[in-house]
Design a protein around this ligand. Structure first.
Ligand SMILES: [Zn+2]
Length: 525
């Protein structure tokens, strides 16, 4: 490891100028895509359309073939739900407590939201139903007709991937719905909250979107959903005989969480309107040159959409999304260009995918995975979402590292570049299932995602964590932030080499026999 690091220093010094130049070329795309002019690239906005036209033009000039018939655009239809008015109250006997919105609670809204509702509340621990781990938080609780309240996260004794999969909102709701629940309320564990409550409140009231294709909606039957401010969780728990401190203590000490009926019903009033919004994925590809393998595709993906425009903070209301995820789209373009420049040949085809609707719940990628446009078979997804080149690239954190043979591929490629790979350091944040790669994983396709890595306790960790607290999903994720351009260029080179290696391998990648995610490949067969 030391030797590899020393090699990197030597190689890095010799090539420093080149990395910087390559980094600047990459940054130019970020500067355009994250400019105020594109207004945060919200799904359906003018800014998104301009960004999509830019990406298609870049794909074309990088020699990619159009991936949707004669064009680069796959139309994706959304339903946009706008909130008109809203009231939330807790009812205890004859008392009615109005709850401040968004001060204390952030209700969700979708075409499935009920106009009016009153329902009992139950606290169901982590709200997890995981048959493989014999874990059932709904057991013996009166869930039928109720709204289920739960603490985010899960017990450490359950394997990280198993827990991650079942703790997605979609899977939690599936289990609650099957048990007859009508809604759900999440209380974040304050120790793992990525965005402070006050900052979450700024973006909360913006319109929500879901896929218009009813086969692909995950909110069916969800009459009410909300996030509750953990600082005010005791308002919800009052009179139940349990307090939030007790619950957090149990969670922190890895003890079982209590399960109980709350001493209140929740009453909600919601007025929304729905309209159809058109958006698009951008698809380009480089054909493979071996007749028997050219119909197999290695997908390299990133998301083009971001949050759009919200309430101004210090006069700035534009969520530019420079790291999230103009950076990944810029890498898509630069990787395509590098392949063109190097006249790189591959046996399999490589498909470049810029998706819409990631911020709405990985919707554009879900649509593409369900309606892929090129025929043939997708064998891998290499996804780039906020890989965070905030410091030099010494370590590369890989989500999904130990799940499939793609992990072995990235190990080999990174090692040759003098970069050390790391497994996910914070599996509790569920990053492997929180971006577009998961749309492919659920259909059986092995995938990877990435972050610039660090060693815990070092300065890089401080930079990384403070980025989440201060910039993640904030208006300051813009082009004025400090970024390591050379590191970004080195990352692009590693990803390019990885895509080529997978596209040229004898065997298509496969899940490790021990991987939790292998089940999806079996289901897809
Ligand atoms: Zn995001």
């Amino acid at each position: 490891m030391r030797i590899a690091a020393a090699c990197l220093l030597v190689a890095g010094a010799a090539l420093a100028a080149d990395w910087n130049a390559a980094g600047k070329a990459w940054w130019k795309h970020v500067e355009y895509l994250a400019s105020d002019k594109l207004e945060g690239r919200n799904v359906g906005s003018q800014g998104y359309e301009q960004a999509a036209a830019y990406v298609a033009a870049q794909f074309e000039s990088a020699g990619l073939k159009p991936g949707v018939g004669a064009t680069y655009f796959q139309p994706v239809q959304f339903t946009e739900t706008t909130l008109n008015s809203l009231g939330v109250a807790l009812v205890r006997g004859a008392n009615n407590f109005e709850i401040p919105v968004p001060g204390e609670v952030h209700p969700g809204f979708s075409p499935d939201s009920a106009d009016q509702m009153e329902a009992p509340l139950v606290f169901a621990g982590y709200g997890l139903v995981i048959p493989e781990a014999q874990h059932d938080d709904l057991k013996d609780l009166p869930v039928k007709g109720a709204v289920v309240v739960y603490l985010t996260g899960g017990p450490d004794k359950i394997d990280g991937n198993l827990r991650s999969h079942y703790s997605s909102t979609e899977e939690r709701w599936k289990a609650f719905r099957e048990a007859g629940a009508v809604g759900m309320i999440a209380i974040a564990d304050p120790r793992s909250m990525e965005i402070p409550w006050a900052r979450q409140s700024l973006a909360w009231g913006m319109p929500r979107m879901s896929l218009a294709d009813p086969a692909l909606t995950s909110t069916r039957g969800l009459k009410f959903s909300a996030a509750w401010d953990p600082d005010k969780a005791n308002d919800l728990l009052a009179g139940s005989g349990h307090g939030f401190e007790e619950i957090l203590d149990a969670a922190g000490g890895q003890r079982d969480l209590p399960h109980f009926k709350l001493n209140a019903t929740i009453r909600t009033k919601l007025s929304t309107s729905n309209k159809t919004v058109q958006s698009k994925n951008i698809v380009g590809w480089r054909p493979g040159d071996e007749a028997t393998l050219t119909h197999e595709y290695v997908v390299v993906s990133a998301h083009l959409d971001h949050l759009g425009v919200g309430k101004p903070v210090n006069g700035d209301g534009i969520y530019n999304g420079a790291m999230d995820d103009a950076s990944g789209i810029a890498s898509l373009i630069e990787i395509a260009r590098a392949l063109q420049k190097g006249k790189a040949a591959s046996k399999r085809s490589i498909l470049f995918l810029g998706v819409t609707g990631e911020e709405k719940g990985e919707l554009g990628s879900a649509y593409f995975a369900a309606h892929q446009t090129v025929g043939g078979r997708i064998i891998a997804d290499i996804n780039m979402d906020m890989f965070l080149p905030l410091f030099p690239l010494k370590w590369l954190e890989v989500q999904g590292l130990n799940e499939s043979t793609l992990g072995d591929d990235v190990r080999a490629v990174a090692q040759a570049a003098g970069v050390e790979v790391q497994a996910d350091k914070e599996p509790n944040r569920n990053r492997f299932i929180r971006s577009d790669q998961y749309s492919f994983i659920k259909r059986g396709v092995p995938a990877l995602a990435f972050k610039f890595g660090y060693v815990p306790g070092g300065t890089e960790e401080k930079i990384f964590k403070s980025w989440y607290t201060n910039r993640y999903h904030g208006v300051t994720d813009d082009v004025k932030q400090p970024v390591d351009l050379a590191g970004a260029a080195q990352f692009n080179e590693i990803l390019k080499t990885l895509a080529l290696r997978v596209a040229n391998a004898e065997q298509a990648p496969s899940w490790k026999s021990s991987s939790f995610f292998r089940r999806f490949a079996k289901q897809a067969e």
